[in-house]
Design a protein around this ligand. Structure first.
Ligand SMILES: Cc1cc2nc3c(=O)[nH]c(=O)nc-3n(C[C@H](O)[C@H](O)[C@H](O)COP(=O)(O)O)c2cc1C
Ligand code: SF4
Length: 539
């Protein structure tokens, strides 16, 4: 495969396209609302009305507005249909020929769409993720070609460093710096690992990227492998994501057949092969050292760091671990340049971020916005506020490792530093909106129950501490607790945070601490009055 052949595939694909494309989302969310059936009905309706010559129906990835699914878009007319039922397919196809149509129309100019900026989701809902030709027609694999022919590995790392990209897996570690560390770590073999474990409740960003545009992630991994000197890669995906696994498998096979993965890629000396590893769906397996243990076939438990995987990772060799969204950012950066990327976002948080907007919000789904957009803009403009007009009270960011930010701080820009200053974290991108009916003690209890269940049990502070914190939260929620219990809860939070072995235990107290910080009165209102009186030394 050379550049001319790549361009020929793109040309053939463009020539194959029909004048009208009916794009039907077949990602997990829409499939759960019968979109596969809808897709087949749309195809049948095109044939039945004799429009095969002019109209094609394409199975595409996520369009983002998951709460309104199944979604159908018609190009180039830019028509949007929402909550479409399979039996409505003939009506949509008849509408293309000018017939009246009663199917619920979406507004393509809704702020939910217009306020977004698509960098990693640019192909989502536009291309068929199961056809590599569509990815190539959208410019796919040209960045890899350019990197292999025009860039030295050091130049690639320099470009990623200059872009300011930080890891999207939670901690926001500078990607260029991590790549440079792996590149200079000595090792006979090196590995690139894509972390697609995504265990946070409410998060489905990585699943959507893998389902909607698997080649974007594969191409990003290949570029990373060239930069750090690796020839083998793994994608770790949780078993609960069967569609992502299926589409990734297909993408890997297609890329291999075209010589875009494997040996002597683009007729250079660069070899890179990728394999999928399916996880059993344990939250802790997303922690990088546990993930490595899991790929090695051992029990997925974290180990102390250092040594970091960049120096001693898979089977003791230098290993680059990045998140799905991090890898999905690589191709756009190479295509458009580091300066372009660095101009998006804030001073210390560059680029865009994909969030899964859920909870008590009118418009739920996936959004990709430039860093620095405020929580208010996200919740009110894109999200449309609460569905029934009840005032929004807080937003939980960062999943079990994050915290709740109250509505009065909604002018906080969404960037790594500002969210941390507000007592939460960016995390991988889950955003759960809560309204005035939500009990913040219950929220803290929910996340603690999650951490308690997901604790791997290796170290005592986390294994025992999460159980005790959950017990105290349950006692408070049931109105059985005293101020002494609350004090004990706070002490435990500090102890578990400071003494746990890995990020799970270290961050498990965050939802409690942030709700205590902003909604302490809710905890205090639940304390037993007689107990409160006796604790104050009154009879
Ligand atoms: C308990 C726990 C779970 C994690 N789960 C994930 C995950 O599902 N996906 C992910 O990319 N990173 C997860 N991380 C962070 C990873 O350990 C690692 O920092 C990340 O994959 C690095 O990629 P990045 O630099 O691109 O962010 C988790 C960390 C902890 C402590
Ligand atoms: S902090 Fe929790 S999850 Fe992490 S090693 Fe200790 S017991 Fe396991």
């Amino acid at each position: 495969m050379d550049l001319a052949e790549l361009h020929a595939i793109a040309e053939r694909e463009r020539a194959r396209r029909k004048a009208v494309r009916v794009l039907c989302c077949t990602s997990s969310g829409c499939q759960a609302s019968r979109s596969l059936e809808l897709f087949h009905q749309l195809e049948a309706a095109v044939t039945a009305t004799g429009q095969d010559e002019a109209v094609e129906v394409a199975s595409v990835g996520c369009m983002g507005f998951c709460g309104q699914g199944p979604m159908v878009r018609v190009e180039p007319a830019n028509l949007l249909f929402e909550r479409v039922r399979p039996e409505q397919a003939p009506e949509i196809i008849a509408a293309l020929a000018g017939q009246p149509c009663s199917v619920e129309r979406g507004d393509p100019n809704h702020p939910f769409f217009t306020r977004q900026m698509h960098v990693v989701r640019r192909n989502g809902g536009i291309i068929d993720p199961e056809r590599i030709e569509e990815y190539i027609a959208a410019g796919g694999y040209e960045a890899l070609y350019r990197v292999l022919h025009d860039f030295s590995p050091a130049e690639v790392i320099q470009e990623i460093t200059r872009s300011g990209l930080r890891g999207r897996g939670g901690a926001g570690y500078p990607t260029g710096l991590k790549w440079a560390t792996v590149a200079k770590s000595p090792g006979e073999r090196k590995f690139v690992v894509c972390n697609g474990d995504e265990g946070d409740p409410g998060a489905f960003m990585d699943r959507s990227i893998l389902e909607s545009d698997p080649h974007l992630v594969l191409e990003g991994m290949a570029i990373a492998a060239y930069a750090v000197g690796a020839h083998e890669g793994y994608i770790f995906v949780r078993g609960e994501y069967p569609l992502a696994i299926q589409r990734l498998n297909r993408a890997i096979n297609q890329a291999r057949k075209l010589g875009l993965l494997g040996s002597q890629i683009f007729e250079t000396a660069f070899d890179f092969k990728v394999e999928i590893r399916v996880g059993a769906g344990a939250f802790v397996c997303g922690e990088e050292t546990a993930l490595i243990a899991s790929i090695e076939g051992r029990r997925g438990q974290p180990r102390p760091r250092p040594p970091y995987p960049a120096e001693k990772g898979l089977w003791g060799f230098p290993t680059l671990i990045n998140n799905v969204e991090t890898f999905a950012n690589i191709v756009p950066i190479i295509e458009n340049g580091a300066d372009w990327y660095a101009a998006i976002g804030t001073e210390k948080s560059k680029g865009t971020k994909v969030f899964a907007l859920t909870g008590k919000v009118r418009n739920t789904g996936l959004i990709e916005v430039p860093m620095g957009m405020t929580l208010r803009e996200i919740v009110e403009d894109l999200g449309g506020g609460s569905p029934d007009g009840t005032p929004v009270k807080a937003v939980q960011t960062g999943g079990p490792s994050g915290g709740c930010i109250p509505a009065r701080l909604f002018d906080t820009p969404v960037d790594y530093e500002s969210l941390a200053a507000a007592g939460s974290i960016m995390g991988s991108g889950g955003m759960v909106v809560m309204d005035d009916h939500t009990s913040m003690v219950e929220i803290a209890r929910f996340y603690m129950a999650f951490c308690m269940d997901e604790s791997c049990g290796k170290c005592v502070p986390c294994r025992v501490g999460t159980v005790q914190m959950h017990r105290l939260l349950s006692k408070i929620a049931a109105g059985q607790a005293t101020p002494v219990d609350l004090e004990q809860l706070e002490q435990l939070c500090r102890l578990v945070r400071e003494t746990s072995l890995c990020g799970l235990g270290q961050s498990a107290p965050n939802p409690v601490l942030s709700t205590l910080r902003y909604f302490r009165e809710e905890y205090e209102a639940l304390l037993r009055e007689d107990a409160a009186a006796s604790a104050n030394g009154k009879p």
